[in-house]
Design a protein around this ligand. Structure first.
Ligand SMILES: O=C(O)COP(=O)(O)O
Ligand SMILES: [Mg+2]
Length: 219
């Protein structure tokens, strides 16, 4: 029985910037790819501003940023996959408060999914390597649906998979992609401040809750 109308019935949790600080992985992979292609390296700042919309967007933006020919995309994509598969998680860390926060969510006994724009295979691998895989009934990546966040489709499909109503399925994320997708899907949004929001302050986006750590979530 629900405690009040907006009490959660399920949770959908983003991965990069929300559960795991993966910026180091992205920087390392991209710079290995660029070195292999004989192109200049990119800065951590550039990568932080650019991640969140999936690997295709990241690779295309990176090639454009270093002034490379867009025709290099296929080669860069293949190299990106190879390097990412190999070092996934090695330059990443679980954010403080995440394990405690997930424990608090799990204690409610509600269905939980991880939904990221990262390719699903990399997401599953990263969750397992960081010991976070056991929390989720379902894991969906950017290649599981026709469109990625900020489109609402991935959230609506995930609600369907969890058997939960969007209005009572809380999305927990770190960027405007999560916030826009949640708003369009009709899901309440909880935003974490420690992630990557294209260089914009996340506090400016409307949310049910703004948190500095996941374990501070009000349930
Ligand atoms: O763009 C990505 O690959 C990661 O994005 P996420 O924040 O949806 O996990
Ligand atoms: Mg994110």
């Amino acid at each position: 029985m629900s405690r009040h109308p907006s009490s959660p019935a399920a949770f959908i949790v983003d991965l990069d910037g929300t559960l795991v600080d993966t910026l180091g992985d992205f920087v390392e992979v991209l710079n290995r790819v660029l070195a292999e292609l004989g192109l200049p390296a990119v800065s951590r700042d550039f990568v932080e501003r650019t991640i969140g919309q999936g690997s295709e967007h990241l690779i295309r933006s990176t090639l454009a940023h270093v002034g490379a020919d867009a025709d290099l995309y296929e080669e860069a994509w293949a190299a990106y996959q190879r390097h990412y598969r190999e070092l996934n998680g090695q330059f990443s860390a679980v954010f403080p408060g995440v394990v405690e926060g997930l424990d608090r969510l799990r204690a409610l006994g509600l269905p939980m999914a991880c939904l990221t724009n990262k390719p699903a295979a990399f997401a599953r691998d990263l969750l397992a390597r960081k010991g976070l895989d056991g929390y989720f009934d379902r894991v969906f990546g950017g290649d599981d649906f026709e469109r990625k966040k900020p489109d609402p489709l991935p959230l609506l499909k995930t609600c369907e998979a969890l058997g939960s109503e969007p209005a009572r399925t809380w999305m927990i994320g770190d960027s405007s992609n999560d916030a826009r997708a949640a708003a369009a899907a009709g899901c309440p949004i909880v935003l974490l401040s420690h992630g990557y929001n294209h260089g914009e302050p996340i506090a400016e986006l409307p949310a049910l809750q703004h948190l500095d750590r996941l374990d501070l979530i009000r349930l």
